[in-house]
Ligand binder design. Structure first.
Ligand code: NI
Ligand code: MN
Length: 225
């Protein structure tokens, strides 16, 4: 499983020969100007929630790639009405796709579209593929529900928001990683706007002091699990 950071909360995942894009917000992020969305491959687009900083480039990428949009039922019906392919899910449910299993799990946040349309309740994803298991938290507060995830799935990586203000901060993300029983963390949702700027060295050290590994990737950088 290969995971590429496209800035903010945008990810690319390659698993079982399939390409997945998560929460594409690239053309609106000056820090990600080196990423050309027209070159991105996508068989699926996974959306945690409907906020603009997670869905900005969905329509352009889906038009280019004919990808299937996977999210909660309200978000997928919004895109299905516009003519896009979609697979609806809801919290607690999972589905075996051709690349692996996806479960839509709880997040504590909000989820309206930029135009005010209802975006259902926000979520995160647990993805199991190629014998690797990852959790993509989406935008969320620290939640006791995170303790439920390792009861079903032994995680190899947790992708957690760490930018504070709209989501967890670093300290809460450290507690989240305890709840998730996963000491390998990829941080996201930081530095994009003034509200969520973080001190990288200090954040990495805080995780390190608890025996945990916080990775902060450059935009366009990948890791292999
Ligand atoms: Ni949000
Ligand atoms: Mn966000």
């Amino acid at each position: 499983m290969k995971i590429t950071f496209y800035g903010h909360a945008s990810l690319g995942i390659e698993v079982e020969g399939k390409h997945i894009i998560v929460d594409p917000f690239i053309t609106g992020n000056p820090q990600a100007s080196a990423i050309d969305i027209n070159t991105l491959k996508a068989d699926y687009i996974l959306l945690t929630h409907a906020h603009g900083d997670h869905v900005l480039d969905v329509e352009a990428i889906a038009k280019n790639t004919d990808a299937v949009i996977v999210s909660n039922a309200e978000i997928t019906s919004y895109y299905a009405t516009l003519g896009f392919k979609a697979h609806p899910m809801n919290h607690g449910g999972s589905w075996k796709f051709d690349f692996g299993k996806v479960k839509y799990v709880n997040a504590i946040h909000s989820s309206s579209f930029p135009n005010g349309s209802y975006g259902g309740n926000p979520g995160g994803f647990v993805i199991e593929g190629e014998h690797k298991n990852i959790y993509i938290a989406g935008d969320t507060a620290l939640s006791m529900d995170m303790k439920l995830i390792p009861m079903r799935t032994k995680l190899d990586l947790a992708i957690l928001p760490i930018g504070n203000n709209f989501t967890m901060d670093v300290e809460d993300a450290i507690i989240a990683s305890d709840f998730l029983e996963c000491d390998k963390i990829l941080g996201y949702h930081f530095d994009t706007f003034g509200y969520i700027e973080i001190n990288h060295e200090e954040s990495i050290r805080k995780f390190f002091d608890k025996g945990k590994d916080l990775m902060l990737l450059e935009i366009g950088e990948s890791i292999e699990l």
